[in-house]
Design a protein around this ligand. Structure first.
Ligand code: GCU
Length: 342
């Protein structure tokens, strides 16, 4: 199978070296983790989804070396006892259910779901005084390697993980993080930074997510640094004119999820996310998983086509028909990927 030229191989690097590289040059260093996370139930609907589930709105108060920050989390859980697997979903809206989150179906499959509306953490713009950004950057100014918005959203997924681990009904070994597009990039980063996740699910994450930057036919580093510079650290702009000077590529982000599982989902008509390069990134991350004694990416020796799903390895993958979207087919694939581990 054809491969991308001049791809730096992460295999000779330690995980902490890979992560330092990604943070210093792309996403920026994140604020310290909270030293306490306290939950207050604000609303409780015990009759959600025909009474099959409960839906709570919770305030999570996080305290850390930067001060204090409180944000809402939505928690839907089926009434099925204990050992419930769970998703932490960073979503584009605070709606339950939502077009990207078919909550009743997720519950009917025996899963709980904790949802964060990403702009409750910080606005999706260049205002670094907004919400949590304003807590960690009081004057709204960042150093060149301080994190951008993706780093702050990823931080919230890890804080929700702290909370999830206090919930006795959940299977603490089966808590995954999931997100679509910009939030798929975020899910991959959270998965790389937090070994407690079972799997990080990246849905159509594309440029600066799962897709290799070199030889992309979709969005480039220059495109993304022009439109969304605030998602990243300032250092990332160094590479926008010369992708070949990048000392890594996005397969490092996938590899940094090892040894836990990671999953890349693509949509055939999502050219901007470059599905081919999302796939080739999985292929290129395989060696790092294997080095750690994991299964890696089990796939045929060809490019993917619509309907392919490769669920055998620790790097899971599917390619569905259609456009840029986080739909039922994606969720069902994620659930069956986790369920095969029972
Ligand atoms: C834009 C952006 C992508 C991003 C997407 C999204 O299209 O260029 O990088 O993934 O928005 O988050 O929906």
């Amino acid at each position: 199978m054809e491969m991308i030229n001049n791809l730096p191989d992460p295999v000779n690097f330690r995980k902490d070296e890979i992560i330092t590289m990604l943070l210093k040059e792309e996403y920026g260093f994140l604020p310290a983790r909270p030293y306490s996370v306290t939950a207050t139930v604000e609303q409780n609907d015990n009759n959600f989804a025909a009474g099959k589930a409960s839906l709570k709105k919770i305030s999570l108060c996080c305290k850390g070396e930067w001060g204090e920050f409180t944000f809402p989390v939505y928690y839907a859980a089926p009434k099925i006892g204990t050992s419930i697997p769970c998703f932490i979903h960073l979503n584009f809206r605070d709606l339950i259910p939502d077009k990207y989150q078919p909550t009743e179906e997720i519950i009917d499959n025996g899963y709980a779901i904790l949802t964060v509306y990403y702009q409750d953490i910080t606005a999706d713009n260049d205002d670094f005084t907004d919400k949590f950004a304003g807590v960690v950057y009081p004057d709204g100014v960042r150093e060149n390697d301080d994190c951008g918005k993706i780093g702050l959203w990823a931080w919230s997924a890890m804080a929700v993980m702290d909370y999830a681990l206090t919930l006795p009904e959940l299977d603490h070994k089966k808590i995954s993080v999931a997100g679509h597009s910009r939030l798929g990039k975020t899910a991959l980063l959270a998965g790389a930074l937090d070994k407690r996740f079972y799997c990080a699910f990246s849905n159509d994450s594309g440029c600066s997510g799962a897709a290799l930057a070199r030889e992309t036919t979709g969005e480039t580093i220059k495109n993304i640094c022009t439109t969304f510079p605030y998602w990243f650290c300032e250092n990332y702009k160094k590479y926008q004119e010369n992708v070949e000077s990048l000392p890594f590529d996005q397969h490092w982000l996938i590899a940094a999820n090892a040894p836990h599982k990671v999953y890349v989902a693509s949509a055939a008509e999502d050219g901007w996310a470059c599905p081919k390069n999302e796939y080739l990134a999985c292929v290129a991350a395989d060696g790092y998983y294997k080095k750690l004694g994991k299964e890696g990416f089990v796939h045929p020796d060809r490019l993917p086509t619509v309907g392919d799903r490769f669920h055998e390895g620790d790097i899971g993958y599917h390619m569905r028909s259609g456009t840029h979207f986080f739909g039922r087919e994606d969720w069902h694939n994620y659930i069956s990927y986790i369920n095969q581990d029972d």
